[in-house]
Design a binder for this molecule. Structure first.
Ligand code: ADP
Ligand code: ZN
Ligand code: ZN
Length: 679
């Protein structure tokens, strides 16, 4: 029972300063849960959200403070939204208020009730008529058998659907039809994509298909004003379609009827700071709670999703054929060990690959070359004394960028002009070791005289509009060979590409990160999907892989385009090693100026965790890059065969960790990462 005059309010406090960050305030008005308010906290005034008062909440303190203001102009955030927030906060071990306020548009808290009311009125009148409903009926292709079967199954499925099909198999068309069905029942649809900048075509297709509907986007690239506007349109139920990145999973959508997660395996659905939530997993939870359909689309599902499909918890709907009957490109593995010995290390590209690229250029076709390392060379090296271009602030090498002659740390950003001579011995002959995209571009330009060789990576796409401009040049055929990082493999519909090559992908095969092979396989399959999207060209399309391990099972599965064989092998390894999806993991991370401080915190944390049956706490270890910007990092893995056992243990552990932290003054930061992607 809510006592008259007492309101529980979710505010941004660390989790255990009070129960889940809920504080009591006195109010003369009765405000429904979900109302935005402003309340005093210490000497500040902070935003908050009225929340259900827990049945077992302690009686309010005698010196109860009053709330300062209520933003009653805004319709309250509904029960469904609050339940999602409460679940996510509890699952990822954060405060309710902390999470709730972090996922609302930042500009919302700047408005008072009067200005908010005015803003809402403007929005409603501006958005009311909508684009003219008289627009011509957009063309819709006739579904093929697989698509029709998938759509029919989606309509009746009572569990999450895995739409499993390679690039070009017609998944997006199924999303569009499913969205159409939801919209025509008066519901809203939410479409989540890994990175919106990389998928302008998807946005364009939704816009073209639903010209009479209001679609908004939600992602971190919007200005604060745009983000507020789009969020409000979704919250008011005015926007029928919301297209967004992971943060959009928290959009308030009162009529939500469908969630689509495109490229569900993509790591960017996991937030890597603050509340480290998985937007994919939350979307599945949200859909289940609402009893609505959720579509997970991928050519290479995450092993978590795949295992659930194998167990029948998710419904797998295959799209096994490419639209237009185009074949998947032939995969060619180049055995680097069999190149003539003296050229092995100098050769950028094996001669047959270079020749194949040359043939593409002659035919006016394009090639994509993937190298997962930007910059010119990963490190500079002195042959005389062995000096290497380390970062003074991180346990990492600084990368040589030739264009501006800098050494740059990709972890902390520390950059300096390249020294003329070796800083240790004065030797003038310091040389780059290894190869990044910048050097590959340079070498290719030399090897292919006259060819137009462009580069696309985080360095070349920094400026506003730079990415769109470069993609435009590729689409317009102004580029023969495009060199880039994995950014290239995602989403683009490059019609003229008939060759994709992975220049040096082997490192991921032997990485200490157990998910590295999964990511590599997905990347290569996705990259292969870039080639020959045009059925007419599919027959001559090729995916090349330069490797020292041509017999590795991952490459064998790639060659056969056999995701299932690959997944079976990986799952067997994961099962044997007791790794996800057969175990649940959490990481406790600690950061301090000295590793000893971080270690002491983790050791005491481990002692607190002792006695939890069914949970294993491993000793603290440094992550692959242990020092960044002069901060030492350590992490401790917590593992259980049961997700709920782990959840109970974490919930019991966290209050103790908050207390512990207060006693470890030197600790800069600590965090729990539930279901971490990298360990
Ligand atoms: P995916 O999302 O799996 O990459 P798409 O849905 O984008 O596949 O389909 C690939 C191409 O084929 C697109 O140009 C799309 O418009 C077209 N397409 C999809 N389904 C059909 C169909 N049933 N008939 C004809 N063309 C289709
Ligand atoms: Zn030297
Ligand atoms: Zn650094």
């Amino acid at each position: 029972m809510i006592r008259p005059g007492v309101l529980s309010v979710a505010v941004e406090t660390p989790r255990h300063s009070s129960v889940g960050g809920l504080l009591d305030y006195a109010s003369e008005q009765t405000l429904p849960p979900g109302t935005l308010v402003r309340v005093p906290l210490g000497r500040r005034e902070v935003p908050g959200i009225v929340w259900e008062r827990a049945a077992d909440a302690p009686p309010p303190p005698a010196d109860l403070r009053s709330l300062t203001a209520a933003l009653s102009a805004l319709p309250p955030l509904d029960t469904e939204w609050r339940e999602l927030i409460a679940f996510a906060a509890s699952y990822y071990q954060r405060g309710i208020g902390e999470l709730a306020l972090a996922v609302l548009p930042p500009d919302l808290r700047k408005l008072d009730d009067t200005r908010l009311a005015r803003r809402l009125k403007r929005l409603v009148t501006a958005a009311a008529p909508g684009p003219t409903a008289a627009a011509p009926e957009p063309a819709r292709p006739e579904l093929n058998d697989e698509q029709a079967a998938a759509l029919a199954a989606i309509a009746t499925a009572r569990r999450p659907v895995l739409l499993h099909g390679v690039t070009g198999s017609g998944k997006t068309e199924v999303y569009l039809r499913a969205a159409d069905a939801a919209l025509s029942q008066g519901r809203q649809a939410l479409v989540l994509v890994p990175e919106i900048n990389l998928t302008p075509q998807l946005e364009a297709r939704f816009a073209a298909r639903f010209p009479a509907r209001l679609m908004v986007s939600l992602h971190s690239g919007l200005t604060p004003a745009q983000r507020l506007r789009h969020w409000l349109l979704a919250h008011l139920g005015r926007a029928d379609l919301v297209l967004g990145t992971r943060l959009a999973v928290f959009a308030s959508m009162p009529r939500l009827g469908l969630i689509v997660i495109d490229e569900e395996h993509d790591p960017s659905f996991k937030q890597q700071e603050g509340a480290r939530y998985s937007a994919r997993d939350l979307a599945v939870w949200r859909a289940h709670r609402l009893g609505i359909a959720v579509l997970l689309g991928s050519a290479t599902p995450s092993l978590e999703t795949w295992q659930r499909a194998l167990e029948g918890r998710y419904l797998r709907l295959p799209l096994d054929r490419r639209i237009g009957g185009g074949a998947m490109p032939a995969v060619r593995l180049v055995d680097m060990a069999r190149l003539p010995r003296e050229t092995q290390h100098e050769r950028v590209l094996a001669p047959p690959l270079l020749q194949a690229i040359g043939e593409r250029i002659e035919r006016g076709e394009q090639s994509l070359l993937l190298l997962n390392r930007r910059g010119y060379a990963p490190v500079l090296h002195c042959g005389a004394c062995g000096w290497k271009s380390g970062c003074a602030h991180c346990s990492a090498w600084r990368v040589f960028h030739k264009a501006d002659r800098t050494l740059r740390c990709h972890h902390c950003g520390f950059a300096e002009r390249v020294p003329r001579a070796c800083p240790d011995c004065g030797n003038l002959d310091i040389a780059p070791l290894g190869r990044g995209t910048e050097k590959l571009q340079e070498q290719l330009a030399a090897l292919l005289p006259g060819a137009r060789v462009a580069r696309l990576d985080a360095d070349t796409t920094r400026g506003a509009g730079a990415l769109q401009q470069q993609l435009g040049a590729v689409h317009a055929g102004e580029v023969d060979v495009l060199v880039g990082t994995q950014m290239l493999a995602k989403g683009h519909d490059f019609r003229r590409v008939t060759l994709v090559a992975a220049v040096n992908p082997d490192a991921a095969l032997f990485s200490s990160d157990f998910r590295a092979p999964e990511r590599l396989f997905a990347l290569l399959m996705q990259a292969a999907g870039r080639a020959g999207r045009d059925a007419a060209q599919a027959a001559r399309s090729e995916m090349w892989v330069q490797t020292w391990h041509p017999r590795h099972p991952l490459y064998a599965a790639l060659k056969a385009h056999d995701y299932e064989a690959y997944a079976a092998a990986q799952l067997a390894e994961r099962r044997a090693a007791g790794l996800p999806p057969f175990a649940s993991l959490a990481l406790l991370r600690a950061e301090a100026r000295s590793a000893d401080v971080a270690r002491a915190f983790l050791h005491e944390a481990a002692a607190l965790a002792a006695g939890h049956a069914g949970v294993t706490v491993y000793p603290p270890v440094p992550p692959p890059v242990s020092r960044v910007a002069d901060v030492e990092r350590l992490q401790m893995l917590v593992e259980s065969a049961s997700r709920s056992v782990l959840q109970r243990m974490l919930a019991a552990w966290l209050p103790g960790l908050h207390e512990l932290r207060a006693r470890h003054k030197g600790l800069l930061r600590w965090a729990v990462d539930v279901d971490p992607l990298a360990i």
